[in-house]
Design a protein around this ligand. Structure first.
Ligand SMILES: Nc1ncnc2c1ncn2[C@@H]1O[C@H](COP(=O)(O)OP(=O)(O)OP(=O)(O)O)[C@@H](O)[C@H]1O
Length: 272
């Protein structure tokens, strides 16, 4: 059994760390979500899948407060996130980290300076040596060499950029991280190594991970449960075997198509 598998699920509980109810998002005439419900359990890695344009990123943006929904309730850490005072929201936001698509590093800052951005925002008076120390620790924890801290994003490979992005997402020791297509653009070996890193970080730090992905290998390797977006809702959420038992056209095509079957076989081989 792979290391990611043996580590999987430790500490997961039924207590929702994210609770979404009746979420509705529209852009003009286009309805993206209508009455969407979702619970994310503390300690789990939840994969979020769905066809292109089904609103995975809009869902994540709604949860983190970058997209104002038309209707619905969102709670994170047991606290409502909509219609909060700025300082209340900021205090909730300090408890999660985000890796946007493509890592979204500041190109004019070094990796270490990028990791320090959230620290400076929340703790502007922290001693700069201590800030450097924290950044260096996060960088190494994410599998980069200590020297990577001095480099600029343009000097990094795609995989290194994602690791730097994770280091920045972990800067404030979050309980929860949001990852938007973290393995997109990585070669299969780099993607597998990145999956392993996410699994290890979850276990070492007790993180909850909200992970949008198109990568079937990632779902099999590290996700405890998978939420499927279709028809403007989360149509199903469960383990992959639970989803496979459902008579839903998109789910069957996604998991039982050639790529889905190849990922399942690779996962079985890894477990053997
Ligand atoms: N700010 C916006 N203004 C107008 N339309 C938007 C906006 N943001 C997203 N959309 C639309 O909402 C729909 C859902 O977008 P979203 O990025 O959430 O999809 P997705 O499921 O993440 O897709 P993909 O897998 O291709 O990344 C798309 O049709 C998109 O064009």
């Amino acid at each position: 059994m792979s290391e990611a598998k043996t580590l999987r699920g430790q500490g997961a509980s039924d207590e929702p760390i994210i609770r979404v109810r009746g979420l509705t998002n529209r852009f003009g005439e286009q309805t993206i979500h209508e009455g969407l419900d979702l619970d994310v359990r503390r300690g789990e890695i939840l994969g979020v899948v769905g066809g292109s344009g089904t609103g995975k990123s809009v869902l994540m943006r709604s949860i983190i407060g970058l997209q104002r929904p038309e209707a619905g309730e969102i709670e994170v850490f047991g606290e409502p996130t909509l219609d909060r005072e700025e300082d209340q929201l900021k205090s909730i936001q300090s408890r999660w980290g985000i890796l946007f698509q493509g890592a979204a590093l500041f190109s004019t800052l070094t990796v270490a300076e990028n990791v320090e951005v959230p620290i400076r925002e929340y703790f502007p008076n922290l001693d700069s040596d201590l800030m450097d120390e924290i950044a260096g620790y996060k960088i190494v924890m994410c599998g980069l060499a200590p020297e990577a801290g001095e480099k600029y994003p343009s000097e990094l490979s795609g995989g290194m950029k994602k690791r730097a992005g994770i280091a920045r997402a972990l800067a404030l020791d979050p309980e929860l991280i949001f990852l938007d297509e973290p393995t997109a653009g990585l070669d299969p070996i780099g993607a597998a190594a990145f999956d392993e890193l996410i699994g290890e970080l979850r276990d070492a730090l007790g993180l909850t991970v909200f992970l949008i992905t198109h990568d079937l290998d990632t779902l099999y390797a590290i996700c405890d449960r998978v939420a499927v977006l279709a028809d403007r809702k989360v149509v199903a959420v469960g383990t992959i075997p639970e989803l496979l038992a459902l008579d839903h056209k998109w789910i069957q095509e996604y998991f039982m198509g050639p790529r889905g079957r190849a990922a399942a076989t690779a996962s079985e081989d890894a477990e053997a």
